[in-house]
Design a protein around this ligand. Structure first.
Ligand SMILES: Cc1cc2nc3c(=O)[nH]c(=O)nc-3n(C[C@H](O)[C@H](O)[C@H](O)COP(=O)(O)OP(=O)(O)OC[C@H]3O[C@@H](n4cnc5c(N)ncnc54)[C@H](O)[C@@H]3O)c2cc1C
Length: 248
């Protein structure tokens, strides 16, 4: 937490996840006075382990951010915990207003505020996000490889996710209803790859002993699966900076 906030920072970084901290690291090593303002809700905070990041495999995402903060703090980067509510234009840079009404000024601004996954509205699903309800097989596919896995459609693009996840298991169920009716040719292709299709809309998930065991559907059935992949629509957190528009 920053105690004395200087009047004009060289650079302010909004968002202190991996992207914002990396930017802060490079800028501070270039001799810039940098303030990172972070609301502390990194996208992958729901997962206990992260993968596919060389040198950090299986590390807790929160631990990575903690270590990153320590590294950049050593170069003099300062931190303010909280959310930026508004960004305004000024003659010599930008003015940032925090959620508590604090005003800060900087010559340059980096917006690294990440995104939110807007999960399908199935009861219980959000509670399992990052545990056994997953989005990216490259991040978490290895841990559930070979298991009976479901893909929950969110749009016609979910067929792409089906094709990807099929590489991690030959026991795949596609819950197709949310993407609209399947073309017969598509259905045939899925069948040719041994992919089961459930057409009835998803109504919830089933959990036992703190593990996902199935997906329930409107036809009253429960289909057993031990993990789900779903491509949730993504919403950016950059609304506060929209007023600036793109800059050169
Ligand atoms: C469940 C899950 C598991 C994942 N697992 C992996 C994995 O294993 N391997 C991998 O490579 N990737 C993984 N990812 C992807 C990874 O989370 C993202 O690529 C990464 O977090 C992006 O970093 P970022 O810094 O851009 O955003 P974030 O990490 O989301 O950080 C953005 C920061 O900005 C802050 N912020 C937002 N708005 C404001 C505001 N107005 N003011 C101040 N601060 C603000 C947020 O609170 C947050 O701290 C996973 C994603 C999810 C959802």
């Amino acid at each position: 937490m920053c105690s004395t906030l200087q009047s004009l920072w060289d650079s302010m970084v909004v968002g202190g996840g991996a992207a914002g901290l990396s930017a802060a690291m490079v800028l501070s090593r270039a001799g810039r006075h940098v303030l990172v303002i972070d609301a502390g809700s990194q996208r992958n905070r729901f997962a206990a382990h992260m993968h596919g990041v060389l040198g950090h495999d299986s590390r807790s995402p929160l631990d990575l951010v903690r270590a990153g903060r320590e590294e950049v703090a050593a170069y003099g980067v300062r931190f303010l915990d909280g959310a930026v509510a508004k960004v305004g234009d000024g003659t010599d840079g930008v003015t940032v207003t925090t959620g508590t009404g604090q005003e800060l000024r900087a010559r340059t601004l980096i917006v690294a505020t990440g995104i939110t996954d807007v999960l399908p509205e199935a009861p219980g699903l959000a509670d399992r996000w990052g545990v056994d309800v997953l989005h990216c097989p490259y991040c978490h596919g290895w841990e559930v490889r070979g298991q009976r896995i479901g893909v929950l459609a969110t749009s016609p693009m979910s067929l792409h996710q089906v094709r990807m996840v099929r590489q991690w298991t030959d026991d795949l169920v596609y819950f197709a209803a949310a993407a609209g009716p399947l073309e017969p040719a598509v259905r045939q292709r899925l069948a040719a790859r041994g992919i089961e299709v459930v057409d009835s809309p998803v109504t919830g998930i089933v959990v036992a002993d703190d593990a996902l065991t199935g997906v329930s559907t409107a036809d009253g059935r429960t289909t057993a699966v031990s993990a789900i992949f779903t491509a949730a629509p993504l919403v950016g957190h950059d609304g506060h900076a929209v007023v600036l528009g793109p800059r050169r």
